[in-house]
Ligand binder design. Sequence first.
Ligand SMILES: Cc1ncc(COP(=O)(O)O)c(C=O)c1O
Length: 478
Amino acid sequence: MADSWVNSWVNSWVDSAERIGSDLHLELTGPGGRRAALIRALREAVRSGRLAPGTRLPPYRSLAADLGMARNTVADAYAELVAEGWLTARQGSGTRVAERAEPLRPAARVPKKSPPRARGPRHDLMQGTPDTSAFPRAAWLASYRRALQQAPNEVFGPGDPAGRVELREALTEYLARARGVRTEPGRIVICSGFAHALRLLFGGGVLRGPLAVEAYGLGFHREVLAAAGVRTVPLPLDEHGARVDRLGRERSVLLTPAHQFPTGGPLHPARRAAVVDWARARDGLVLEDDYDGEFRYDRKPVGAVQGLDPERVIHIGSVSKSLSPAVRLGWMVLPERYVDAVRATKGEREAWSSVLDQLCLADFLTSGSYDRHVRRMRQRYRGRRDRLVTALAEHAPHIEVTGVAAGLHAVLRLPPGTESSAVKAAAWQGIALDGLAAFRHPETDMPAVDGLVVGYATPSEHAYGPALEALCGALPPP
Ligand SMILES: Cc1ncc(COP(=O)(O)O)c(C=O)c1O
């Protein structure tokens, strides 16, 4: 079968002077004369799979005659391809395509455009993402331009693993003013966001478990910790936040004090003080996840717990909620005794966060663009929060809304045992959202709380109204 195919392939060449096998669409062209062209053409035919492994080639004499080439030239070409491993030559069985000459599998083509996405939900009310249509493109660009224009040449060399000093200075000022953080640039280490901070602290061996965490929290963070070999111990929650009186033998505790994630309340002032006392008494440490500290609507901002004792709290923030999770910039404000270890964990030079982005963010902060953006977004999100509360009061007054004084999401409380069917009903209506169960620590013994976590920042402005309408229509009846 293969023989006859090769023969017809050779015969077909006779019809077209410079082409080998019209079936194969190979050409005897290119530099280096006809011998080189023949080698290239045969190699390509094997490589591409058009001459399959085991296929017998015509005797070199026949091929030479057909091609009008000297026999030696064709014999040489065969010999070279045998030497390269593309062909095998055995007495009595002729010259064949080598069995192990695997055809090159074409690399998956990189599509020019992203492939059309599978139909997603019609209404995206997942928590976690700021309104991506509101990224301050012009102001960011202006900061980038200024940062590049002013950057000394050494910026384009290896970066300091602690992060650019311009950014650490800008953060020192901003965090003191906006979040009540007490620090100085030497105690800040730049990272690529909160998850990266966890990886550096625990994966890098600076801290060890077990780590107390809130009974409801981001599962992804628990996974990061588990991957670093850290056991997490769930702390129950009540209306005042995490039950820090339940802290036991753990060395450290991870909290979201300004806005418990995802249930939404601030940690009660007495508990803020109590957790710091616990850390002092146990030589322990509080990790403060200040993920959306800027977004407060009806009450004064809750300052950072770090301000109570900078030596007992690692304050961690990022721009993922305030600007965009795509920027991948965050910071750790460290007690002095951890600074060297965290810097060492980052390595000898900056390998995570673009130094140019760091300079851009520094300019964005010092030029006032960050404050302006946060102010604008605070207004926008407050407006959305109000619309959510009003719509629910009108169309689903039996549903209690909690956690609405701050942040980018709200929790709609549901009667016990109804959450899973409510999430399914929402999905049925094309609404993407999570139930509280998605955030529950698998080992907690606190009673389950039923609720829907509604991210009201995610849809763009024009999509929000229809999303709200769909949500109200999908909620369980009284
Ligand atoms: C609870 C919580 N912590 C922290 C973050 C920030 O994570 P990252 O800085 O890794 O994007 C988020 C998401 O934005 C979050 O939901």
